[in-house]
Design a protein around this ligand. Structure first.
Ligand SMILES: [Zn+2]
Length: 262
């Protein structure tokens, strides 16, 4: 792709983020690493939903403008990612509302509940709070980005990376979708996480397509699925209920179930 085509793609992704409600006002920023020392970045202080290619800023590795456009101060957060990850070609930062609400409520998206998200995006930790645009922002991100492709930023937004801009953008959409699912699941009751056995299987599946997913922390916290223990526990509960008079004796239950079958 030419530099001009990369600029056009940034405008298109800005429009998609805006239309999906993942940014509002002048929120968010998008960047691409063209080559070492040359980056494209969305300009500061304007909506990313209505950009034109000539608006896109060109910077050096320190974020200094190499042309007329000026990137946001949050470009430093993007540059921190590029320094840590030579495999990353693009970074998307947005303020997806459900995902950000999770951080206000202290709810983590790091739990492993959706197999496809785990394979494609890995686990999504929350970076510690840092004042937006402050020097603490890049520091909070660089601690985690070496091992993750998607992060929540406490009481601020989210950051996703990819080998190219489409991959980084897809992860941002998936991240907000994950937050929506977690929100709905929690409103229905307790959220069931994947078993340790299944996490191991998904890690292997991810490795087979060249993705390194580390769910070891959750695997160790999740006991293997044991149907025999569940059956044993159910039998003990049933016996205790019968002994305390809260359930009918076993012989009557058997008699009734035989009647139902007839
Ligand atoms: Zn922001």
């Amino acid at each position: 792709m030419t530099e001009q085509e990369h600029k056009k793609l940034i405008c298109e992704i800005g429009r998609r983020l805006y239309e999906r409600g993942l940014i509002s006002g002048a929120d968010g920023n998008i960047s691409i690493r063209l080559r070492p020392g040359r980056f494209l970045a969305t300009p500061a202080g304007c909506s990313k939903g209505f950009l034109k290619p000539e608006d896109i800023a060109v910077t050096d590795a320190a974020g200094r403008p190499l042309g007329p456009g000026h990137p946001s101060s949050e470009m430093q957060m993007h540059l921190a990612v590029y320094r840590k990850r030579s495999d990353v070609g693009a970074v998307v930062h947005a303020h997806p509302p459900t995902a950000v609400a999770m951080t206000f409520a202290g709810v983590s998206l790091e739990q492993c509940i959706m197999p496809e998200v785990l394979i494609y995006m890995g686990t999504v930790p929350t970076a510690r709070y840092a004042t937006p645009s402050s020097p603490e922002c890049p520091q909070a991100v660089e601690n985690l980005i070496e091992r993750h492709d998607a992060l929540l930023l406490d009481r601020h937004g989210a950051l996703t990376v990819g080998e190219d801009l489409l991959a980084a953008w897809e992860r941002m959409e998936k991240l907000e979708n994950l937050a929506d699912v977690v929100f709905k699941a929690r409103s229905l009751g307790a959220v069931r996480t994947l078993s340790a056995d299944e996490l191991e299987r998904l890690e292997k599946m991810a490795a087979s397509i060249g993705r390194k997913v580390d769910a070891s922390m959750w695997r160790e916290a999740s006991p293997p699925y044991r149907q025999d223990l569940i059956d044993k526990l159910a039998a003990q509960v049933a016996r205790l209920l019968r002994e305390s008079g809260l359930a009918e004796p076993e012989s009557m239950q058997d008699h009734e179930s035989q009647e139902h079958q007839q």
